[in-house]
Design a protein around this ligand. Structure first.
Ligand code: DI6
Ligand code: FE
Length: 397
């Protein structure tokens, strides 16, 4: 297939979006075969299967590299409580928060969890998302953690979207282990990880390293288990306070450290040295009315790639719009439109350990978005407006 009369943001060159003003793009066997100026189309890429893009903008398809999109129920009631003064941490410590979603997720059938998740997945697909990462972590027992991961895998069989799973057993201490986080890690979390890995349900291992969740020693044990299974790690780190999660993640060569509001310049340096991506989640920052923004300038100074994701979850980020996330990255974190587009394409792929997509370059997967837009900065600029014209996944329009 050949696409002509397009403005193409290759992102393969980090200046000015790698923009080709009057471009063409050839695809073969699900991959990009050639991209360049309209005047330079090689003869062997000319085909009757040619589509005129009528001047529209083409970018790599979007990737949401951090979601908790599978969960039971919702937390609108908790939202109300926070509006009357209760804090996220107070609600969590009083047995609400993540633990209330755990009860709803345990009670839900696999079919119901899937149907509910698909409503959110459909919203993402409508905005040009081709790949989502999905975490477990609302089961906190073996069977429910596995159930969540099976539902996550099933999403890709029901919709034209790819899924990468992360095991997040170390998300919260369940009520039956209240006050015994170490016993939970050793007796439930690590055995559940091994069982889920045995069923081929796990692509990566995540944890929540926070005062209201697990400390670095506890997460370290989970990471040891991941390493023994040959699984890559990532971590929710420094979201509400700085307790050393970023440095722990870097020590284990994490693919990413996520949230990072309370990360320091030293943390940024550690991420750079480890080759980890900083995944920023403005939806959670916004919802919790956090006032400390992540150290974006330190990430720039140290050359740490920044990704951006929805963190779609029922508590701290009930957000299913990656376009709005990009707008928030600019408005709330002062990232540039180029940084937020790289953050939902090239760097999002990198945060999932994927190097075969997220840029428009020969050999990359032909996962593309066609937008009713003149310039890529428009994607982050508008609020609550979806300019998607078409999605091309694996070379299929
Ligand atoms: N950090 C988050 O933002 C989500 N999980 C986490 O570790 C919140 C999950 C929730 O509140 O349900
Ligand atoms: Fe999260």
């Amino acid at each position: 297939m050949l696409l002509t009369n397009a403005k193409i943001a290759r992102l393969a060159k980090n200046d000015d979006f790698g923009l080709i003003e009057d471009g063409a793009l050839a695809m073969k066997d699900g991959h990009i075969a050639w991209v360049g100026d309209a005047g330079d189309i090689p003869d062997d890429h000319r085909t009757s299967n040619t589509h005129d893009m009528e001047g529209r903008l083409i970018t790599p398809a979007l990737i949401d590299c951090h979601t908790h999109i599978v969960f039971g129920g919702n937390r609108a009631r908790e939202f109300e409580l926070r509006l009357t003064g209760a804090s996220y941490e107070e609600i969590a410590r009083a047995g609400g928060g993540i633990v209330s979603t755990v009860s709803a997720t345990r009670a839900a059938s696999e079919d119901d969890l899937l149907a509910d998740a698909l409503t959110r997945v459909d919203a993402m697909i409508a905005e040009g998302v081709s790949l989502i990462e999905v975490k477990s972590g609302y089961g906190l027992d073996r069977d429910t953690e596995l159930k969540m991961l099976r539902v996550a895998r099933a999403i890709a069989s029901k919709r034209p979207i790819e899924v990468r799973t992360s095991f997040l057993g170390a998300h919260a201490v369940p009520p039956e282990y209240k006050g015994q986080p170490d016993a939970y890690i050793d007796d439930v979390c690590i055995p559940a990880l091994k069982a889920a890995h045995g069923e081929g349900l796990v692509d990566a291992v995540d944890g929540f390293c926070e005062g209201i969740a697990f400390d670095t020693a506890q997460i370290g044990r989970v990471f040891e288990a991941a390493q023994n299974l040959g699984l890559p790690v990532k971590l929710h780190a420094e979201q509400l306070s700085n307790i050393g999660g970023t440095k722990l993640a870097a020590d284990y060569g994490a693919m990413s450290a996520d949230h990072l509001e309370y990360a320091t310049s030293d943390d940024a340096q550690a991420l750079k040295a480890a080759g980890s991506v900083a995944v920023l989640l403005p939806g959670a920052y916004y919802t919790l009315r956090e006032t400390k923004a992540p150290p974006v300038q330190a990430f720039r100074d140290h050359g740490v790639p920044m990704a951006l994701a929805t963190d779609c979850n029922p508590g701290s980020s009930p957000l299913a719009s990656l376009l709005l996330t990009m707008n928030m990255g600019c408005t709330l974190f002062r990232m540039t439109p180029l940084e937020v587009l790289l953050g939902t394409t090239t760097h999002a792929a990198q945060a999932l350990g994927l190097s075969d997509r997220g840029q428009i370059t020969p050999g990359a997967r032909a996962d593309l978005c066609v937008w009713n837009a003149d310039h890529p900065a428009e994607l982050a600029y508008r609020i609550g407006f979806n300019p998607l014209h078409a999605r091309i996944i694996g070379g299929v329009l």
